[in-house]
Structures are given as structure tokens and as C-alpha cells.
Design a protein around this ligand. Structure first.
Ligand SMILES: *[C@@H]1O[C@H](CO)[C@@H](O)[C@H](O)[C@H]1NC(C)=O
Ligand SMILES: *[C@@H]1O[C@H](CO)[C@@H](O)[C@H](O)[C@H]1NC(C)=O
Ligand SMILES: *[C@@H]1O[C@H](CO)[C@@H](O)[C@H](O)[C@H]1NC(C)=O
Ligand SMILES: *[C@@H]1O[C@H](CO)[C@@H](O)[C@H](O)[C@H]1NC(C)=O
Ligand SMILES: *[C@@H]1O[C@H](CO)[C@@H](O)[C@H](O)[C@H]1NC(C)=O
Ligand SMILES: *[C@@H]1O[C@H](CO)[C@@H](O)[C@H](O)[C@H]1NC(C)=O
Length: 360
């Protein structure tokens, strides 16, 4: 029933299905921090340009995230100041299983499976403050993807956990985790970022093979959304994208992205995001991070990351966040299912300069 209510914009947010573990502790700082695009985004871009294959990554912290009581797969992370992390997480209760023999039914290759999408709110030391369930029991679009914070909302996709399926896009208020469905998409969707200047949403589909741009509202004369009408996920029509572009890079599949700049002077005033991910090459997992043009998906800088957990899982397999501390670039990675240690690394600016891949 939670998705059946249509209310005007001012009151349309769905109250969160939430467990607060420390009800008196606010979920987000007040005021909310600035997003990367209005704070450290350009500094991150400049520091990214100093990275290479020989960069020395110094381990700064291993933050053990308190368990919500079930095993989850982390999908995305945003950092709200130094003392809050919001993690999007999937609790997979019935696995989606392959139909086998290359069989395709209704455009996809596996059963729907079952599960729940969660947002988990942690303090800087990994204390769990809240667990919100974003999807109702039986909801087929239960897979949350990468997330990003635009200064006001945290955006995520909620999709079927199978390729070439369906999804809806929601925005979540960091202060109470209430959510609004913004539009529906006729494809699986994973990572998402929101261009607040153009009021466009940019989503990556299964394996980040395609990127789609959606206009979710139209600006009125005073720059206020005029036609924005959130719709319940099970009745509204699918939105048409303004553009869908093929991702030209097969270096890694992006899992989680952070919008850094709406118009970066370093890259011809293009909108730039940082994405992290992996590629499976035979039995080898290649990890990496990239700066990517949000609209064309052209990577403008790419660096492989060979860091792994003690169990051998590449750190870049799931969520990523980034910050600048004392002029140094910090990366935050939360790899794997059942992995509850947020790993924080700093790029050592004294890393040796690299001349190339060896003698030509
Ligand atoms: C984090 O854990 C890894 C082992 O998993 C260890 O090598 C590293 O030194 C730890 N970092 C810190 C800051 O404790
Ligand atoms: C395929 O789609 C049809 C029409 O929506 C539906 O009735 C059927 O159950 C679907 N089949 C499977 C295996 O999901
Ligand atoms: C995706 O699924 C639809 C049916 O749901 C089908 O018409 C289309 O061909 C499929 N696309 C791909 C790339 O498999
Ligand atoms: C974690 O940080 C909170 C403040 O955000 C503090 O109240 C709590 O005592 C800390 N817990 C540990 C184990 O350090
Ligand atoms: C709230 O979430 C829990 C799982 O965390 C689920 O069991 C319960 O049915 C949900 N309630 C509603 C109304 O969706
Ligand atoms: C990517 O988008 C194009 C154009 O919409 C479509 O033809 C193609 O099937 C899509 N590919 C994938 C892997 O989604």
C-alpha cells in the first residue's frame, strides 16, 4: 500500500519504514553539508589527475559498520560531513536464478528473486543509527543501486535485480529517510547522479553499459519545478529518456558514482562524475576508478586499483565515496556481500612518478 498514495508535491513524501536505534540522535547534520559540486569537486578532479598506476594508497581507517542483523550487499555510499555515512544496501532473501541454457523470457535471463532495499545510516565510527526499508514486501523492484547526494536529497534507483527489466527512481530526504518516486524506467538501472543545474537525472543500466539522461521536471520562470508530479511505481508510465548513450569504456563496469562538477574548467566545462567499479576478466577481477563525462560517458581519466580485502575481494566492487583532507585525496570503499568494513585510503602525494609501462 505504501506506493498507492498520490499526494501533492508538498506532502507527497512517503514516511520511511524505519527503525531508529538512537532516536534522539539526528540522522543528518543540520544544516546539510554542501554536495561535492559546490565544495570539493574541482579539488578532487585536480587530485585525481595526479594519480597513476604507481600511486601509493595509504590505509587511513577501517571502520567496522555495525550489523543491522542480516547480511546485506552494500551498493552505494554517501558521506554527509565527517560523522555520517548513508549506505544503500540490498537484503537478498530469494536469489534471482538464471533460466539456464541462454533462455530469455520477457527480455530477461533470470527469475525476479526477492529482497528488500535498505538505507542504513552510520556515524563516523560505524555506529548504526537507523535502518530504513525502501521497498514493500513483494515489490519486484527491490534492488537499490549506487547513490548520490545533491545537497538536498539522496538519489537512488530501485530496480528489478535482472538485466533489461524495470526500475523506478526515488529521492530520499537525509533528515528522515522519507522517499518520493520521481519516475519509472523501462530498463534495469544502477548508479545515478542528479545534475541540479539542468534538472537532469543520469542513470547507468546493468553493467553500466548504457547511460540515460532524464528530465524529471521543468523549471518555471522562477526556477521552481512546475510540473513535477511524483507517481507511484506500480501505476505510472515509463519515462522517455532525453538521451541514451552507449558507454564506450569496457575497462571497468561502474557501480557507484559521485557527481563532482556541473561544468568542470579542467574538462571543457563538461559535467564530471567519479565512478568506481570492477571488470571480470576470465578469473581476474580488475578494479578501478574513473572520472567520466556524465552525458557522453567518455572517461576523461582512469586509474586501476589493485587493493583487495584480506579475502581477496577488490575494494572497488561496490560503494565509493571521496573527499579531500588536508589537501590529500581520500577514497572510501565498502566492498562485497557480508563485508562490513568501510576502508578509507589516502593517495600519497609522494608516490613515484610513472614513466610508462616499460621499454617500448
Ligand atoms: C586496515 O586493515 C588492513 C587489513 O585488512 C590492514 O592492513 C591496515 O593496516 C588496516 N588499517 C588501519 C588504519 O588500521
Ligand atoms: C512474462 O510477461 C507476461 C506478461 O506480463 C506475464 O504474464 C508472464 O508471467 C511473464 N513470464 C515470466 C516468466 O515472468
Ligand atoms: C528487453 O526486453 C524486451 C521485452 O521486455 C524485449 O522486447 C527487448 O528485445 C529486450 N531487449 C534486449 C536487449 O534483450
Ligand atoms: C561513536 O560515535 C558516537 C558519536 O557519533 C559516540 O556517541 C559513540 O560513543 C562512539 N562509539 C564508539 C564505540 O566509539
Ligand atoms: C517494513 O520493512 C520490513 C523489513 O525491514 C518489512 O518486514 C515490513 O513489512 C515493512 N513494512 C511495510 C509497511 O512495508
Ligand atoms: C543501449 O541503448 C541502445 C539505444 O537505446 C540500445 O539499442 C541497446 O540495446 C542498449 N544496450 C544495452 C546493453 O543496454
Amino acid at each position: 500500500m505504501r506506493f498507492l498514495t498520490i499526494l501533492p508535491l508538498a506532502t507527497c513524501a512517503l514516511a520511511a519504514n524505519i527503525t531508529r536505534f538512537a532516536p534522539s540522535v539526528p540522522l543528518a547534520p543540520s544544516p546539510l553539508p554542501l554536495p561535492h559540486t559546490r565544495s570539493d569537486g574541482e579539488a578532487i578532479i585536480s587530485l585525481f589527475e595526479t594519480l597513476g598506476r604507481t600511486t601509493i594508497w595509504r590505509s587511513i581507517a577501517n571502520i567496522t559498520l555495525q550489523s543491522p542483523g542480516y547480511t546485506y550487499e552494500p551498493e552505494g555510499i554517501v558521506r554527509l560531513g565527517s560523522d555520517r555515512y548513508v549506505v544503500s544496501a540490498g537484503d537478498w532473501t530469494v536469489p534471482a536464478t538464471s533460466y539456464g541454457n541462454g533462455l530469455i523470457i520477457n527480455g530477461t535471463d533470470r527469475t525476479a528473486g526477492e529482497g528488500f532495499a535498505h538505507f542504513l545510516v552510520y556515524t563516523g565510527n560505524g555506529t548504526l543509527l537507523a535502518d530504513a526499508t525502501l521497498t514493500a514486501p513483494g515489490e519486484i523492484e527491490y534492488h537499490t543501486g549506487g547513490i548520490d547526494f545533491d545537497g538536498k536529497y539522496i538519489w537512488t534507483t530501485l530496480a528489478q535485480y535482472r538485466p533489461n527489466s524495470t526500475a523506478h527512481i526515488v529521492r530520499v530526504k537525509p533528515t528522515d529517510l522519507s522517499q518520493e518516486t520521481v519516475l519509472r524506467v523501462l530498463d534495469h538501472q544502477g548508479a545515478i547522479v542528479h545534475n541540479t543545474a539542468k534538472q537532469t537525472l543520469h542513470t547507468l543500466n546493468w553493467g553500466s553499459r548504457n547511460a540515460s539522461t532524464f528530465a524529471y521536471s521543468q523549471s518555471g520562470q522562477h526556477g521552481r519545478p512546475k510540473h513535477y508530479k511524483p507517481k507511484p511505481s506500480n501505476v505510472s508510465p515509463f519515462a522517455s529518456s532525453i538521451a541514451t548513450v552507449r558507454n564506450p569504456s569496457y575497462f571497468i563496469d561502474y557501480q557507484d558514482c559521485k557527481l563532482l562538477s556541473l561544468a568542470s574548467p579542467s574538462y571543457n566545462y563538461r559535467p564530471i562524475m567519479l565512478c568506481s567499479g570492477i571488470a571480470t576478466l576470465g578469473t581476474y577481477y580488475l578494479g578501478g576508478i574513473a572520472l567520466v563525462d556524465v552525458e557522453t560517458m567518455v572517461p576523461v581519466a582512469e586509474v586501476p586499483i589493485t587493493l583487495r580485502t584480506d579475502a581477496g575481494v577488490p575494494l572497488t566492487v561496490n560503494p565509493v565515496e571521496v573527499s579531500v583532507v588536508n589537501g590529500k585525496l581520500r577514497m572510501y570503499w565498502l566492498p562485497g556481500i557480508g563485508e562490513t568494513v568501510l576502508r578509507v585510503f589516502e593517495a600519497d602525494p609522494r608516490s613515484p612518478f610513472e614513466f610508462g609501462g616499460g621499454p617500448q
